[in-house]
Write a protein that binds this ligand. Sequence first.
Ligand code: ZN
Length: 405
Amino acid sequence: MITVNGRTYALAHQPTVVVCVDGCEPDYIAQSVAHGHVPWLKEVLATGTTLVADCVIPSFTNPNNLSIVTGAPPSVHGICGNYLFDVASGEEVMMNDPKWLRAPTILAELANAGQFVAVITAKDKLRKLLGHRLKGICFSAEKADEASEDENGIDGVVERVGMPVPSVYSAELSEFVFAAGVELMSHERRPDVMYLSTTDYVQHKHAPGTDGADAFYRMMDGYLGKLDAMGCTIVLTADHGMNAKTKMDSAPDVVYLQDLLDQWIGASVARVILPITDPYVVHHGALGSFATVYLPNGSDSAAVAERIRALRGIESVRTRAEAAAFFELPADRIGDLIVVAERSTVIGTSVARHDLSGLDAPLRSHGGVSEQRVPLIVNRKLRDIDASRRWRNFDAFDLALNHVP
Ligand SMILES: [Zn+2]
């Protein structure tokens, strides 16, 4: 047994794979089942354990991947976005560096307890966080050709997997993750625990039930079926859901909050931070349904909050203290206000700061409470499961290690 962040986990007694399918709105699974593309999943839904869980808010990639691998909310592990305003340095920075991580991962502790642990992520931006202090294998599909024994615990990945390194904007980037997972599991010395994390490039572009989405889930189903046939326990969950964020003319439905605050209280007096921001803007133009606002000392934050709350498309506005408690966020890493948009609306900074030229399909994005529902599916009938309680995606390792018969 190991104890990590206040929770106790048994060591894996059979090969165990936790899969985080980026942007997997539950309807993607329903539609691909209905269209006959996912025979393995269909069987698991009938014979395994099927739960719907809540991800952490903001419903973004980094906070949720770190919640899954620490078994804890952002208030514990500290990763509350892909991007933050570092109050200490006065700079806006990416949150990819492990220096931001405040908690150990289950993965690293399992490895410390002697288990063979492997982590494969689609995008390299997550690799250092997921692999923090991990004595095992950890590499990204994006930089698979650079993987080395010293840095990643493995080399020759591209040759072993037999697939070229895919484009960062492709379904194949996620396929590489699954193919590499099957490859690692097919050797005599196979991982006790494996964590696979894909990218939501497909989900940002393709709605549930469309050809592009169905093809992705069909591909995934084939690889998961192979892992199942090798005797793996598989837990499938997601970092967040995904919804259309468009007006009826198909343009993105955006509340440009920095522009509004500049009009209301003066240019650049307030600072709007969009924690969805990352270098891969083609997906979403840095538009999501969550923002945090820094106000200068002495501001009438209650009045500003009230004015934002009255905007069309805004679902909720909370103060730092309220949001830290309600969403379990680290209070020292969020602004004075936390703003969440409704299901079909996103929040931007200024019109001029969003490059939407890369959006070649109507905007689909996430970040809000409307993308909080995610699948939590296990290919085993679990014991002691209360399907009516509130499950979180960060219960995945608890289910896999403590509840599999
Ligand atoms: Zn994501």
